[in-house]
Design a binder for this molecule. Structure first.
Ligand code: M6R
Length: 613
């Protein structure tokens, strides 16, 4: 979380840094700040609580045309959102400025050293002490980069950090410590840029290199050098990154979330590019394992967080059904700490849109230590997850800007379907006729997702009727269960309504006590082998005066007159139902949030990428 940007070159840095922050605002948006510095203008610092616009208003007409600068958009970890806690932070003499993403675990102990000497800290952050530590070393005559390495040795945690010294105009140093918070460095013409992720650099350059954990960069307009923690020079590879900038604009849509929901037919179309029905085959780019390695697998573990974990839950069904390999799903944050039993025949599949989610990266490291083969499903070129896994299956959805994940979940589910079909074919566990049927069915999904989008007016109407409720229950079984979890997650994150997602079979074991006329239930009830059970659940809710919004298969009549609202979904193969069924969950949450006047793309307290524990 938090976005950091740096620029050094010949152009005025202020607008470049602010524009970079705009592109990183999804990472945190409770305050923002900027520091500009060069030989002619000294060190200019401005900060503002609230979204980036507040900072822009505050600095309007006052930004010096300095040619170097750093900026920060914050997601608070230590200290409330306030001007004082906003970055950049300075040392008491105002010589050093730092911006930081991540957590300094021993900051209390580090601060104590200065407090004993009577120093005064202006913020409650864990970051400010880094400026003090750097200044202390500079006063002792250390070079800025050496000082940064020294500070990184003292400050424990996982973080990314940019620092500048007002006495060395135009020089920015960067550190990446541990797995939290990436730094990508862009190489321009007589200029260099730094940012938490690629999206902030793309308007200026596509030639980039990524800082790995334990690496440090020394960046000037006309020079770039990298060292490791011991100060040894590192040669880095510069790659040209493809990235669709146009996709990062809202276009005709009111919100990014709505735009991204509407992009899903293309998302699935793209994810199907390796599917061919005759002979039935799915070619998955990025799966690095030989047939012998695939045959030797005894187990698959899928890990992810939030929406990505819900996609993993759908993937588990696919792996077990089509590849017949025992599969389990774990929340990455639980997986990493419970000492999972793993070996070299356990395939670990991680799902992460950003590829930078700290718990998922830690889970992947755990798997790496155990020697597991690993593949990651990721949307961000060059993200850390792609560098830990043996192979990456890219979602290729284009940037997902809204904090609420939508199109990346659809892509992840379909890619997991493809991986399962591929594993099943190689292992000989997938009947060719089933393979052909699934591939043919999958090729209809883009049209079915498109048809699901046509339900939007109906969902907006339902949203209008239900947006005043404060509690919702989402129920589903089988492949509908991950959708129930996802529907509840979407609703709570964008509309701030309390929503619970449950496996419908669990309802009578507790949640049923909540049901009354004030708590509507969303029932995900496709016509599958457990439909009759879902029907009973709907009856039970109605018997307790709860309203029911039922999502059913095309042509289903069994809930007419029973549920208060019945939404028929476009026809799709039952195994692929989640790809279509998730669309109305997203649209319902979106329209309820709009009705309630919520900040749909940047919900309170959240950030797109969670790089702290
Ligand atoms: O970048 P990741 O896919 O690893 O992110 C995981 C979760 O933080 C994410 O899916 C989150 O739950 C969604 N933004 C919710 O819509």
């Amino acid at each position: 979380m938090c976005g950091i940007v740096g620029y050094t070159g010949t152009r005025p840095a202020g607008p470049i840094v602010l524009e970079g922050l705009r592109r990183l605002e999804y990472r945190g948006y409770d305050s923002a700040g900027i520091a500009l510095f060069d030989r002619d203008h000294g060190l200019f610092v401005a900060r503002a609580t609230g979204k980036l616009d507040r900072l822009i208003q505050r600095v309007e007409g006052t930004l010096p045309p300095a040619v170097a600068g750093i900026g920060h958009t914050r997601w608070a970890t230590h200290g409330e959102p306030s001007d004082q806690n906003a970055h950049p932070h300075l040392d008491p003499s105002g010589r050093v400025a730092v911006v930081h993403n991540g957590i300094i675990e021993n900051y209390h102990a580090l601060r104590a050293r200065f407090l004993e000497r009577g120093a005064v800290f202006l913020s409650e952050t864990d970051t400010e002490v880094l400026a003090f530590l750097l200044a202390e070393r500079l006063e002792r005559g250390e070079d800025l980069l050496d000082a940064l390495r020294g500070v990184a040795g003292e400050a424990q945690g996982a973080y990314a950090l940019l620092a500048v010294d007002a006495e060395e105009p135009g020089r920015i140093v960067a550190a990446r410590v541990g797995n939290a918070g990436g730094i990508v460095i862009g190489l321009g013409d007589g200029e260099h840029l730094l940012a938490s992720d690629l999206g902030a650099l793309i308007p200026h350059t596509r030639r980039v290199t990524f800082l790995e954990p334990g690496e440090f960069a020394d960046v000037r307009a006309d020079g770039l050098a990298f060292v490791d923690a011991d100060g040894r020079t590192i040669e880095k590879t510069v790659a040209v990154q493809p990235y669709d900038v146009v996709a990062a604009a809202k276009g005709r849509f009111r919100h990014f979330m709505l735009k991204e929901i509407h992009e899903q037919p293309e998302t699935v179309q793209y994810a199907l590019h390796g599917y061919s029905p005759d002979p039935p085959r799915v070619v998955m780019d990025g799966l690095p394992f030989s047939d012998a390695e695939i045959r030797a697998l005894t187990r698959v573990v899928l890990i992810g967080m939030g929406t990505s974990m819900h996609a993993a839950m759908v993937g588990r069904h696919y792996i077990e059904r089509f590849a017949r390999i025992p599969a389990e799903v774990d929340n990455s944050a639980e997986f990493r700490y419970r000492g999972p039993v793993l070996d070299e025949h356990t395939l670990v599949i991680s799902i992460s849109q950003s590829g930078e989610t700290v718990d998922t990266l830690a889970g992947m490291e755990e798997a790496r230590r155990a020697g597991c083969p690993q593949v990651t499903i990721c949307n961000t070129p060059g993200a850390q997850a792609t560098r830990i896994a043996h192979g990456t299956v890219y979602m290729r959805t284009g940037p997902e800007i809204a904090v609420a994940s939508t199109k990346t979940m659809v892509a992840s589910m379909l890619l997991l379907h493809g991986i399962a079909l591929h594993l099943g074919r190689v292992r000989g566990t997938l009947d060719p006729s089933l393979a052909r049927q699934q591939i043919e069915a999958a090729l209809h999904v883009p049209a079915a997702v498109g048809a699901a989008l046509e339900l939007e007016p109906r969902l907006a109407e339902i949203a209008d009727r239900y947006s005043r409720y404060e509690d919702f229950l989402f129920l589903g079984r089988g492949l509908g269960y991950p959708l129930a979890l996802e529907g509840a997650l979407k609703l709570k994150e964008v509309s701030y309504i309390h929503a619970e997602g449950y496996a419908a079979g669990e309802m009578k074991h507790g949640p049923i006590a909540l049901i009354d006329e004030r708590m509507p239930t969303v029932a995900i009830a496709p016509h599958d082998e457990v439909f009759d059970k879902m029907l009973s659940n709907i009856e039970q809710v109605r018997a307790r005066h709860g309203s029911v919004i039922a999502f059913v298969s095309h042509g289903e009549r069994a809930v007419d007159g029973l549920a208060n609202e019945v939404v028929e979904l476009p026809a799709v193969d039952p195994a692929l139902f989640p790809l279509v069924g998730v669309v109305p969950m997203q649209l319902l949450a979106y329209h309820i949030a709009v009705q309630r006047g919520a900040d749909v793309d940047q919900p309170r307290n959240l950030a797109k990428t969670v790089t702290v524990e």
